[in-house]
Write a protein that binds this ligand. Structure first.
Ligand code: GUN
Length: 287
């Protein structure tokens, strides 16, 4: 049987450490770290994610400021709100929940966030810092993926890692983090030829395609480690919906270790958002 990597337990450890960090900062006379969350419109999945982020902030002692804006909010109003939050010393982190409504240019909005407050790590300055290995804030899901991998892998040097999906949120940044550890990284995508053959050579697979059960048992080499970043809602034959990942986990008994969905990468993403917020607050205090 493959080891199931418990993302919930690992996330609880990260959250406990983050809460302890916050308590220490406040005891030393610093203000509690503040995270501003902007949600435009009422995408149901985004509402759930934002609700979870705010709830976890509260538990860790981070003050969260929620800005819920109607779906037809003009782009200029969102930019003006970001300007206000950039100038507010009580706000250490700013998160704009994606996706944004179609009339708003997401790149323009993300570019407006002060890179030092960009706890999602999506600003071009932070993307550049990640790709040059020069600090900055690192996107939360890739950070979480690395912590999950670190729980089962000590040394990445020379390992063959296949990343499935080239998104700006997961595929590209996680490949940069793995390159930094001197793994041999192959980033694959929808146009990749013979993907099962490519995947079968991997010591580590990071599946972030958003395609339910894409990665089958025969894609995975015995002893490989598989991180499943996918979260898809599927409807079963009986009409019930359930959440599944990108991997057919029930076919992966021959893997060394796998992450479950739910309970793998998801909890780690939120935990890393909180730790990024504390990091941004600490850096702003010394800036
Ligand atoms: N939508 C889906 N994933 C994310 C994320 O990591 N950050 C933000 N801001 N929006 C998202």
């Amino acid at each position: 049987m493959a080891q199931i990597i418990d993302g919930k337990a690992l996330a609880a450890q990260v959250l406990a450490r983050t809460a302890a960090d916050v308590a220490e900062m406040v005891a030393a006379g610093a203000p509690a770290p503040g995270l501003a969350v902007i949600l435009v419109g009422n995408d149901p999945a985004s509402e759930v994610y934002v609700g979870r982020k705010i709830a976890q902030c509260r538990k860790a002692g981070i003050s969260s400021i929620e800005h819920r804006l109607p779906a037809d909010t003009p782009e200029g109003d969102v930019l003006a709100l970001i300007d206000t939050l950039n100038a507010d010393a009580g706000v250490h982190g700013i998160l704009v929940q994606l996706p944004l409504p179609k009339h708003i240019d997401a790149a323009l909005v993300l570019d407006r966030i002060d890179p030092g407050k960009d706890v999602d790590g999506f600003h071009p300055v932070n993307v550049g810092r990640l790709s040059t290995g020069t600090g900055g804030l690192v996107p939360c899901t890739p950070l979480g993926v690395m912590l999950l991998l670190d729980s089962v892998i000590e040394d990445y040097r020379g390992l063959n890692v296949v990343v499935i999906g080239k998104s700006n949120i997961v595929g590209k940044p996680v490949s940069m983090l793995l390159l930094e550890r001197e793994a041999t990284v192959t980033v694959t995508h929808i146009e990749t030829r013979d993907l099962p053959d490519v995947a079968r050579k991997a010591d580590v697979i990071v599946a972030a395609a958003g395609a339910p059960h894409l990665v089958r048992g025969y894609w995975v080499k015995p002893g490989a480690v598989v991180i499943d970043v996918g979260i898809s809602r599927v409807t079963d034959f009986d009409g019930k919906t359930r959440i599944v990942g990108d991997c057919a986990t029930h076919e992966l008994d021959h893997a060394k270790a796998v992450t479950p969905v739910p309970g793998g990468v998801g909890p780690m993403t939120i935990a890393c958002l909180l730790s990024n917020t504390v990091l941004a607050a600490k850096r702003s205090a010394v800036a």
